[in-house]
Design a binder for this molecule. Structure first.
Ligand code: AMP
Ligand code: MG
Length: 420
């Protein structure tokens, strides 16, 4: 089991500069979570293919050079730089995987293909398109450079020089790089286990008819999607009523995971109820974050699991997940590379209403207009309007201090794809 420090979360966060649970800046909220979370340490050994999208848990140090021999970068002739002013005699061929065994003497050259080992004695390659052939002789035109068109041993990866570090996300490029070293298995962090459930007396499950005042539980489906894409192991604990007994049972089950994500029940009034319960089971702080949507949020610990209590509104769930939970879970998973969602710059295509004093995550469409990348919002921006997310391809991030944005001003955007 993961060892968690015994210092209460409230104590850790109260030491942070500018920590104010009633008007928490988004950056502060992220910082507070990171300060409280110790990454998991367990690892497992997996074959290269299975390491895709996992977190590397060892240093990759090459035991061979890549490439292992000096070889040709082009199809042409391997020659000696000192000789190229004179006609050269072709004495053989070097193919990829079929080296020319001999050594070049003065006045000689070897026909060579891309990837073939440089014959002993040769020090450069002249591409085939520029040479002239006169009977058995090869004429090299002037203007060639010493050492051209050669890929040197260890130019890509060098024996003994660490190339990948623990905490790195393994993408297709890393899988290929590891394979190029002849490594068949490697050590990765184990996957995170995340349990989640929705809370609310008004929630109906798919397959039942809606009664008056009910809504279908959509949050568990967006959470399912977001967590799956993050590559964690998920446990879906269903819908839990606003009932202390049911909630306590759900929290007990969920506490076996590394993290728990819930939706609903953190707004004023409801929070008191969850507060009493979670105080009994662990420690939970209720935050009012200076943001829109997603103002109320809970963060804490129940048993060994970190708790992220998200608001109930469907858009607020997604925004708080991407802005906080994603970051916290990646930190918990042991990532040490830069996983912050990039902020790109785009031109506002329209006026965007905004009140200073909170960070807003408006749902937008990034599009190209005459080679200028512009962003517009996806219509109605209410925190319950999930369509605003479904139609969006980006968040338009309007900074804390900023007021209304005029069309033509630059705004920051975060692309929704490619962040997992
Ligand atoms: P709450 O934060 O629990 O007060 O919920 C705020 C709003 O979000 C209410 O209108 C709820 O009906 C709605 N809501 C809460 N949970 C869900 C859910 N799982 N799926 C869809 N809507 C929800
Ligand atoms: Mg509720």
């Amino acid at each position: 089991m993961r060892k968690i420090g015994s210092v209460p979360i409230s104590q850790v966060v109260s030491c942070l500069d500018g920590y104010d649970p009633d008007a928490l800046h988004v950056e502060k909220a992220r910082e507070a979570m990171r300060a409280c979370i110790t990454p998991i340490s367990e690892t497992e050994q997996v074959p290269v293919r299975a390491a895709l999208a996992r977190v590397l848990a060892e240093e990759i140090v090459p035991r061979i050079n890549v490439p292992s021999h000096d070889n040709s970068a082009m199809d042409g002739y391997a020659v000696r730089f000192a000789d190229i002013a004179q006609p050269l005699k072709e004495i053989g061929t070097a193919l990829a995987g079929k080296p020319f065994g001999g050594t070049l003497a003065a006045g000689q050259c070897v026909r060579i293909m891309t990837g073939a080992v440089m014959p002993a004695g040769s020090d450069m390659v002249v591409i085939q398109e520029v040479v002239k052939r006169e009977g058995e002789r090869i004429i090299v035109p002037p203007g060639q450079k010493r050492a051209q068109n050669v890929r040197y041993a260890g130019e890509d990866l060098k024996i003994g020089v660490p190339v990948l570090h623990p905490g790195k996300l393994l993408r297709p490029a890393e899988l290929g790089l590891i394979a190029s070293l002849g490594i068949g298995e490697l050590r990765v962090r184990r996957k995170l286990r995340v349990a989640f459930f929705s809370t609310g007396d008004e929630l109906a499950s798919i397959g039942t008819a809606l009664k008056e005042g009910e809504v279908y539980d959509s949050n568990r489906y967006t959470l399912h999607g977001m967590l799956e894409r993050l590559g964690v192991e998920i446990t879906d604990l269903g819908v839990v009523r606003d009932d202390p007994v049911q909630l306590e049972a759900a929290f007990h089950k969920a506490a076996a995971a590394d993290a728990i994500v819930t939706t609903g029940g953190v707004s004023v009034g409801e929070a008191d109820f969850v507060r009493a319960l979670t105080a009994k089971l662990g420690e939970v702080l209720f935050w009012k974050i200076a943001m829109r949507p997603g103002r109320p949020m809970a963060f804490g610990r129940i048993g060994d699991a970190f708790l992220f209590g998200l608001p109930g509104n469907p858009v607020a769930v997604m925004v708080t997940f991407y802005q906080f939970v994603r970051d916290a879970l990646l930190h918990l998973s042991g990532r040490r590379d830069d996983y912050a969602i990039p902020l790109l710059s785009a031109t506002a295509a329209e006026n965007l209403r905004k009140v200073p004093g909170r960070t807003e995550y408006q749902r937008g469409v990034l599009f190209r207009d005459n080679n200028v990348w512009k962003a517009r919002i996806t219509g109605q921006q209410g925190s319950g309007v999930l369509r605003s997310m479904a139609e969006a391809n980006c968040f338009i991030v309007l900074e804390h201090e900023r007021g209304t944005v005029k069309a033509g001003e630059q705004v920051a955007v975060q692309l929704m794809e490619g962040v997992a």
